[in-house]
Design a protein around this ligand. Structure first.
Ligand code: 5GP
Length: 169
């Protein structure tokens, strides 16, 4: 497996993202929502650099299966614990690939009446996009590669790697 982003590179970029969010959201109390499971390490580290009184919650989605994946049909497998009405949300994602998952999530959460929604994604593969989605904070833009580590898995493995590496099978 080839190293793509070292833990040090991830940490320093995440620190910058946290500081930018702190500035942009000054005076607000962000409600940060991590998309399980891949975004957990990112969300945890990011929140340590957001110097605001924030709260956290978790949501999980799964696709209906390979056959329907490209249609973007995803189902909610774990919902939020609390209401998001009038809250200022930050959705923390590990990676935006086709954009279908994020598009589904944003629409789902929007319908619940939050005051604002921002999206922070550690990685983005714009060349794979099937639907336009707004990502307010992007850690790193990467090529069309399958990566694992720092939360990202292959068959539930490698989430515990400190670095992000290119999975070569
Ligand atoms: P999208 O709906 O944007 O196509 O897919 C987003 C989800 O696909 C991510 O949250 C992640 O679970 C998975 N995914 C997309 N690209 C990669 C990748 O390179 N590595 C891993 N491990 N998962 C990926």
């Amino acid at each position: 497996m080839k190293l793509l982003l070292s833990h040090d590179q991830l940490s320093s970029r995440i620190r910058e993202m946290g500081r930018e969010i702190t500035k942009d959201m000054a005076g607000l109390e962000p409600h940060v929502i991590a998309v399980l499971k891949g975004a957990c390490p990112f969300m945890t580290d990011l929140c340590q650099w957001i110097d605001l009184p924030l709260s956290m919650d978790y949501i999980a989605v799964s696709s209906y299966g390979a056959a329907t994946k490209s249609s973007g049909e995803v189902k909610l497998s774990k919902d939020l614990d609390t209401s998001i009405k009038d809250r200022d949300l930050i959705i923390a994602e590990d990676i935006v690939d086709t954009g279908l998952t994020l598009n589904y999530l944003v629409n789902l959460l929007k319908a619940r009446g939050p005051r604002s929604i921002r999206v922070a994604s550690l990685l983005s593969k714009p060349s794979r996009r099937l639907i336009e989605v707004k990502v307010d904070y992007t850690g790193f833009v990467i090529d069309d590669l399958f990566v694992v580590g720092y939360g990202l898995d292959y068959n539930e493995k490698y989430r515990n790697l400190r670095d992000i590496v290119v999975f070569e099978g």
